[in-house]
Design a protein around this ligand. Structure first.
Ligand code: ADP
Length: 294
């Protein structure tokens, strides 16, 4: 590990007010952004993420996001323990969740619990702080109108990053056209500001040993719940039972199918900003299809 295990054990003991010493440290793979470790004590396990010191803000926002979802009481998330900088590295420590396999109703349970989380709401769209989606900044300044929020803080923000990355004028032109016609996708649909996971692809969802759903690695804000559902469809991996249970718990507006592409455009642009390559033509293709619908 890149930092002192003894110091980390001491930090955990202080944060939890319980004695903790590390018996073993195991590297955990699978993350996109950070290095991760399982810290095993005598009878407690913690999950540690490390990044360079400038990553502290990102970790502090992730910890608050987990806290916000935990406070909803709707769905299990790893309990955030503490974050800070040690030995020149930013760290985030949370409860380690042991993964298990599905029980009969795991997918339906996820659908119901996500709908319950979405029922937590605020008066305005956004969050009390900015955070990140992957490692891309995600601005969350509270906004009264959802369409304004989605246009300025989601779509056009990512387009601006993409242009700076060299995406070119065609993308910007299409984005401006889309931004000017955004209202047409909404009609008289007025979403409420729901607590969203914000980055809900199947890699950020698991089951614990009782088969209960666990969500992690969030990019929390209060927004249209359709945005979370759209993302589950972008990369797949969620079962028809999940969607059926979600819709039973809280039916979706008929216009969801039309807005889905609009909401996923944000994540495709973000993937271009993170990884480059073919995501640019994918984003342009989605924009063209959306513009053709107007
Ligand atoms: P990154 O921020 O680098 O993308 P993730 O938060 O996605 O990292 O974590 C990487 C992997 O570690 C996940 O795919 C998941 O399998 C596992 N993981 C994340 N959080 C926990 C946790 N609290 N307990 C156990 N495993 C976890």
């Amino acid at each position: 590990m890149e930092i002192s295990g003894e110091k980390i054990a001491e930090i955990i003991s202080t944060a939890t007010a319980l004695p903790f010493s590390i018996n073993s440290i195991r590297t955990v793979g699978g993350g996109c952004i950070n290095s991760a470790y399982l810290l095993e004590g005598r009878d407690t396990r913690y999950f540690l993420k490390l990044n360079h010191a400038e990553g502290l803000e990102m970790f502090s926002a992730e910890a608050e996001g987990l806290g916000e979802m935990e406070a909803s009481g709707a769905i299990r998330v790893p309990h955030p323990v503490c974050h800070g900088v040690v030995d020149g590295k930013a760290y985030l420590i949370m409860e380690h969740v042991t993964f298990g396999s599905a029980r009969g109703d795991s997918s339906r349970c996820l659908g119901r619990q996500l709908a319950a989380m979405h029922r937590c709401s605020r008066k305005q769209f956004g969050w009390h702080r900015d955070n990140t989606i992957g490692s891309t900044p995600q601005p969350n300044a509270y906004t009264e109108n959802w369409i304004d929020f989605y246009r300025d803080r989601r779509l056009l923000f990512q387009v601006e990053l993409a242009v700076r990355r060299g995406a070119g004028n065609a993308l910007e032109r299409k984005a401006d056209q889309l931004a000017a016609s955004l209202e047409q996708f909404f009609g008289d649909y007025r979403p409420m500001a729901s607590l969203l996971h914000g980055d809900l692809w199947s890699g950020n969802y698991a089951l614990d040993t009782s088969g209960a759903p666990v969500l992690f690695d969030p990019a929390v804000y209060f927004g249209d719940r359709e945005a979370d559902l759209a993302m589950t469809e972008l990369f797949g991996g969620f079962s028809s039972d999940f969607y059926a249970a979600y819709r039973e718990a809280w039916p979706l507006d008929a216009g969801y199918e039309r807005r889905k592409g609009l909401y996923n455009l944000y994540h495709i642009l973000n993937h271009y900003n993170l990884f480059g390559g073919g995501y640019l033509s994918q984003a342009e293709g989605v924009m063209e299809r959306l513009l053709a619908e107007i």
